[in-house]
Design a protein around this ligand. Structure first.
Ligand SMILES: [Zn+2]
Length: 97
């Protein structure tokens, strides 16, 4: 019973949710591991999987992790608090005077 890091056959969270076959070239796999399906579920709901894939493809690998982190953070914030979206796309908080 060795638990090496070799790739298993289990699809990443993104492919699992989209019912796709996860390949070694899957852009989602390194950032959406199967043990954290919630992360992709949020991002998918807010931004859409195809947009996320497009974004990841445009970035180099060094930038992807940060991008995914902020996407996940933002998606979670929006789903948790719908007001956040209005604030985000609208104006900055106006300082109370
Ligand atoms: Zn995948």
């Amino acid at each position: 019973m060795s638990s090496s890091l070799s790739l298993s056959n289990s699809p990443c969270a993104a492919c699992k949710i989209q019912r796709r076959k996860c390949t070694q070239e899957c852009v989602f796999a390194p950032y959406f591991p199967p043990d954290n399906p919630q992360r992709f579920a949020y991002v998918h709901k807010v931004f859409g999987a195809s947009n996320v894939a497009k974004l990841l493809n445009e970035l180099n690998t060094a930038q992807r992790e940060d991008a995914v982190k902020s996407l996940a953070y933002e998606a979670e914030a929006r789903l948790r608090d719908p007001v956040y979206e209005a604030v985000e796309s609208g104006h900055h908080w106006v300082a109370l005077e």
